[in-house]
Write a protein that binds this ligand. Structure first.
Ligand code: CMP
Length: 141
């Protein structure tokens, strides 16, 4: 029996600004993900701080939250078998210099901060991140 898993992703401001949204969505769909929800938003710095609260004590927090509120993003609710691990594999390493060929970050990311995409790293973070940007009724199937 197939066990479907949900994960959350963001197409970040750098990728949206360079019109890579369509290509990244294509890569995600080609990898077998079903898009359950999708919206384009321009979040505030406070909203970015809430989303990345787990990183609040990191030295890059200020810069990261300024970047994430610097332009439009696309937030995605995704579903497939093994979605969390498979999306992280498709994204590639956080630092694009270390990302493997065929990954989204290898193709599109410019730096460790402007790294084109975000993906949840575990089931509990996926639950938090999906509920941060999507109401339950938006993802009812
Ligand atoms: P993301 O997957 O969105 O999760 C946290 C983000 O912080 C990460 O992608 C990077 O964009 C960013 N990040 C992680 N490490 C660093 C770093 N050393 N310097 C700047 N940004 C970082």
């Amino acid at each position: 029996m197939k066990t479907l898993q949900r994960t959350f992703s963001i197409i970040k401001p750098d990728a949206v600004a360079k019109n890579a949204t369509g290509d990244i969505l294509g890569m995600i769909q080609h990898a077998g993900f079903n898009i359950l929800g999708m919206k384009m938003l321009w979040i505030t710095k406070a909203q970015a701080e809430g989303f990345y609260a787990v990183h609040a004590t990191r030295p890059f927090f200020e810069s990261l939250t300024t970047f994430m509120s610097s332009g439009p993003i696309v937030v995605l609710a995704l579903e497939k078998e093994n979605a969390i691990a498979d999306l992280r594999k498709l994204m590639g390493a956080t630092d694009p210099a270390k990302a493997e060929h065929g990954t989204i970050r290898k193709k599109h990311a410019a730096s460790i901060e402007a790294n084109s995409v975000h993906g949840s790293d575990a089931e509990d973070t996926a639950r938090f991140e999906l509920s941060y940007f999507f109401a339950g009724y938006e993802l009812t199937r």
